[in-house]
Design a protein around this ligand. Structure first.
Ligand SMILES: CC(C)(COP(=O)(O)OP(=O)(O)OC[C@H]1O[C@@H](n2cnc3c(N)ncnc32)[C@H](O)[C@@H]1OP(=O)(O)O)[C@@H](O)C(=O)NCCC(=O)NCCS
Length: 165
């Protein structure tokens, strides 16, 4: 299935609210990704991310609609050679290889754009789809921290997956 990464636009707000307002997505995300996903949160998210140069957070466009997001976040201080990625996809498009393709693209973009040598992701131990997508994109499991994540009243393992330049 065809997709492209491009910056978020304010006109994406309807698609964002439609696709992001999903507990099956929110349950694997940090709390900054709210549930329910409100209009206010959507506008704030897009406004924060439209004017960054270089772009850090992209919309995943499918069939001319923003149907997910993927971002790369360079770290600072002693972690300045690392960047974290995060992503989500509208549930109707899961299992079609879209996120592993999007991860490949953001890795290429990240190493080209930022002065970093490692890109990592931190999926929950229970998030098998995300782990598989990272492995398909060439990421290696570097560490497993037990029950460090607390989300919706439950503890989860934290997995650290990374790829080096
Ligand atoms: C994680 C997520 C982004 C994956 O997107 P996707 O486009 O479906 O991922 P891909 O199709 O590229 O790869 C997923 C792989 O996991 C597999 N998979 C899916 N669910 C699985 C499960 N429960 N157990 C094992 N494998 C699973 C898929 O079959 C696929 O592998 P395949 O291509 O060999 O068949 C999507 O499920 C999502 O948005 N989840 C909610 C938010 C989230 O978890 N974000 C990431 C936080 S770290």
């Amino acid at each position: 299935m065809q997709f492209k990464l491009r910056p978020w636009l304010l006109s994406d707000i309807d698609a964002l609210l439609e696709f992001a307002n999903n507990f099956n997505i929110a349950k694997y995300m940090r709390n900054a990704f709210p549930h329910p996903y409100t209009l206010e949160a959507g506008i704030k998210f897009i406004e924060l991310n439209t004017n960054k140069d270089p772009v850090q957070v992209f919309a995943i466009e499918i069939n001319n609609r923003a149907s997910g997001g993927i971002g790369i976040f360079p770290q600072d201080d002693i972690m300045c050679k690392n960047a974290e990625i995060g992503y989500w996809l509208a549930e109707q498009y899961w299992g079609k290889g879209i996120i592993s393709g999007a991860i490949n693209q953001i890795v290429e973009y990240g190493f080209k754009t930022f002065d970093i040598n490692r890109i990592y992701a931190v999926p929950f131990g229970s998030n098998l789809a995300s782990q598989k997508a990272l492995e398909k994109a060439g990421f290696i499991l570097e560490a497993k921290l037990e029950k460090t994540i607390f989300k919706n009243g439950e503890y989860f393992d934290e997995l650290i997956y990374a790829i080096r330049k």
